[in-house]
Write a protein that binds this ligand. Sequence first.
Ligand code: HAM
Length: 418
Amino acid sequence: MFRTVKGFHDIYGEDIEYWEKLEGALKKLYKTYGFKEFRLPVLEKTAVFNRGIGETTDIVEKEMFTFTDGDGESVSLRPEGTASLIRAYIENGLGNPPGVKKYCYMGNMFRRERPQKGRFRQFTQSGAEVLECESPLLDAEMITLLLDAAKAAGIEDFVRMEINSIGCPECRPAYRKKLTEYFSARREVLCSDCLRRLDKNPLRILDCKNEGCKRVSEDAPVILDYLCGECGSHFDSVKKYLEKLGTPYTVNSRMVRGLDYYVRTAYEMVTDKLGAASAVGAGGRYDGLVRLMGGGEIPGIGFAIGMDRVVSLMKEKERIAERKADVFIVFFSGKAEKIGLSLVKELRGAGITAEYDYDVASMKSQMKKANRSGARFTVILGENEIESGKAALKDMESGSQKECNLADLAETIKKSLV
Ligand code: HAM
């Protein structure tokens, strides 16, 4: 027997109902905010991610599914969408003509992380990115949109929004220096990964899940105390606009995010219900990323929602049963078959989910199958009914049965289904 690759999973049965509901709700929501859909490839040149996400991030250092393809080129399954989208924005010349661009995407991402509750190696993100706008009002709107997404999924009671500012290349070096000094004086408690991070990227230490590192991080200097004037007033404006928009948030001055492209606003929508996998969706501003990837001086901000995590929360919130057929059609073999099959076709044509017994077995056996199918209605085409151009329509919930003209059947069923 074959099994899925570690960290990969099948999605089927009633879970599909939650996924469809979520996908539909998000698409509708993005549309109202003016986002256009973008479909990005699953595979990119590895350099796209190395450059975009950062060489010293966990994702690039150890989590990518990377291989050399037939042409000797290093390629990777995308671990996230932002770097790909920026590659696409530059490659397709989307900065022309200039103006605010809003893109949304949905798709599988791949990270070779240690699988656990809410953490997979193949997972699905729904992301939103806005380019060519620096206004703090946009930051506030993106944070609001992320919470609106939770509302659209019906899980707003399970989440809360945390925000921070992580400064810019102007103010971060001074903070980085302070942090290096702080952690260097406490080397003995750091894990081996963090000892490496100390020289290369000390901010990453703040994100380490190791108990010892977590404890020393608690008293570490916080970036908010080191923001330059511009970053400070940008962050103040973001908070002011959040208040104007009525969007609830708390400031978490220890949040750093695991990707290197962020500047200024960073935000995470977190939950207490998924164990260690606490972020349901997260993002931030990445004003230098387009330039870093070979384009112009273009500001950007976005987020991605972990849809697998949202689905887990939706399942805690409400039970959605797997969809059943609307109608099961029962008919005799022989002469009635033609009428039965054309009725199936007609009902399906009217958008009704219609099923029947492919064996066209005995009436008794077909009725049993109709019962087992869980269909909302059964239509019975007996000899007498066919002669008179009618069918018996049985409501499987109440058990009541009535005669109905074949010509009116689709309309009658449709009316009772709403
Ligand atoms: P991220 O924080 O790495 O950001 O991922 C965003 C969300 O994806 C997480 O909050 C989480 O819900 C989900 N996620 C991440 N890894 C896994 C996993 N292994 N299993 C299940 N869910 C996972 C980004 O990816 C950025 N590209 C977001 C962004 C867009 N920033 C700006 N624009």
